[in-house]
Design a binder for this molecule. Structure first.
Ligand SMILES: C[S@@+](CC[C@H](N)C(=O)[O-])C[C@H]1O[C@@H](n2cnc3c(N)ncnc32)[C@H](O)[C@@H]1O
Length: 371
């Protein structure tokens, strides 16, 4: 993680409050307004994806509003304002002849959902509906959160769009080969479980790469499992089965060569119970692959991550809400499952080997866990 260490300013209760200077006020107000700007630019990124605007700009050729409107079948005046907004946000280059263009980096991050590990536009969904925000406010009063399905099908779709490109591009070629013997095992026909499988993107990538292996996906979300069924049905693959359930339904006897929990253990109300169920269902020489969020045992050290506020935002709106959706839920949240805690949890579940893999991804660490 990089970024400025914003932990340096000590907070003491003994110093008298001083009146802020006008410069301090201006600076702080700018900081706050820039979050409002981020909210609105986020919505415009969502519209740019949804309306096919970024897709038409993807090849980098400069376009004016009339041409972009013609290509997308949209109204020219609205397209012009969107282009100006994207230029002002420095996401498009705004030439002096009224032409706008995506740079190659812009195309990778905003338009290339299939080919770029840096694709980010998928994370920009529509704003939450007011009833959901009411529930969030209510959760602050009652302490009780809600599962991913509270956001309806859109929750599962946003997760798929946000995490899917990574899974399609990195899981098979980059991550699996780093795990001892796993690729060989799957090539010769293994059994795999993906717990918290979401829309089944990992299952699809694996089932295509290893047609001789069998795959089971588990998720408590009805919307995620419906979407996974749709994708798997469309793929024509016959080596994947799905269960709308958590790890409590895993077989009690050693069954799997590989179990995955990708970006979901910290979302669970009972991650300890999941770890224990995985231990029971894993073969003695099997592997549990955990992908979880890069974070630190001391919460303040997370401030070294320049995206920490984004992560805490995801936590309150999704991860911690999910992890507190049942009474007594662990409530770890997005930045709550640090390596030391996970190692302890795996030991308590009866695992003896724990290896951290750092693929230099800003948001994630990987763990290879074995009995
Ligand atoms: C951030 S999503 C990750 C989905 C998928 N693994 C991926 O990488 O795209 C977290 C998923 O965990 C699921 N989940 C939360 N608690 C669960 C539990 N106890 N058992 C199984 N799935 C759970 C949610 O429904 C959601 O689909």
């Amino acid at each position: 993680m990089t970024g400025q260490d914003s932990r340096s300013a000590p907070v003491t209760s003994s110093e008298p409050a001083s009146t802020p200077s006008e410069d301090e006020l201006r600076l702080f107000a700018f900081q706050v307004w820039s979050y409002k700007q981020g909210e609105l630019v986020s919505l415009l990124i969502h519209l740019g994806t949804r309306l096919g605007l970024f897709a038409e700009l993807r090849d980098g050729r400069p376009l004016d509003a009339a041409e972009l409107a013609g290509r997308t079948g949209l109204d020219e005046r609205w397209v012009l304002e969107w282009l100006r907004a994207m230029g002002a946000a420095r996401l498009l280059e705004w030439g002096d002849s009224g032409l706008f263009a995506l740079t190659p980096a812009g195309a990778a991050v905003l338009a290339d959902g299939e080919g770029s590990l840096f694709f980010a536009a998928g994370a920009f969904g529509p704003p939450p509906d007011p009833a959901y925000v009411e529930d969030l406010a209510g959760a602050f009063r009652t302490g009780r959160g809600f599962p991913y399905d509270r956001r309806g099908p859109e929750g599962a779709h946003t997760t798929e769009r946000m995490l899917g490109p990574w899974t399609r591009l990195a899981l098979v070629p980059r991550i699996l080969p780093a795990l001892g013997g796993v690729v060989e095992r799957l090539e010769s026909g293994g059994a795999v479980a993906d717990i918290g499988c979401g829309a089944g993107v990992a299952l699809l990538a694996l089932a295509r790469a290893f047609p001789g292996s069998s795959f089971r996906g588990y998720d408590i979300s009805r919307h995620a499992i419906e979407r996974a069924s749709q994708l798997i049905g469309e793929s024509g693959l016959s080596n994947v089965e799905l269960h709308q359930a958590g790890a409590e339904v895993l077989p009690d006897e050693p069954t799997f060569d590989l179990v995955l929990t990708l970006d979901c253990l910290h979302d669970m109300t009972r991650p300890e119970a999941t770890a224990a169920a995985i231990r029971r269902s894993l073969k003695p020489d099997g592997t549990w692959l955990v992908k979880d969020i890069r974070c630190t045992a001391e919460p303040r050290d997370n401030l070294l991550n320049p995206m920490a506020a984004l992560m805490y935002g995801f936590s309150i709106t999704s991860c911690m809400a999910s992890a507190l959706s049942e009474p007594g839920g662990a409530g770890l949240g997005t930045l709550g499952l640090h390596p030391e805690l996970l190692e302890e949890m795996t030991k308590r579940a009866g695992f003896t080997r724990f290896t951290i893999h750092d693929f230099d991804e800003p948001a994630n660490l990987y763990y290879e866990v074995q009995p």
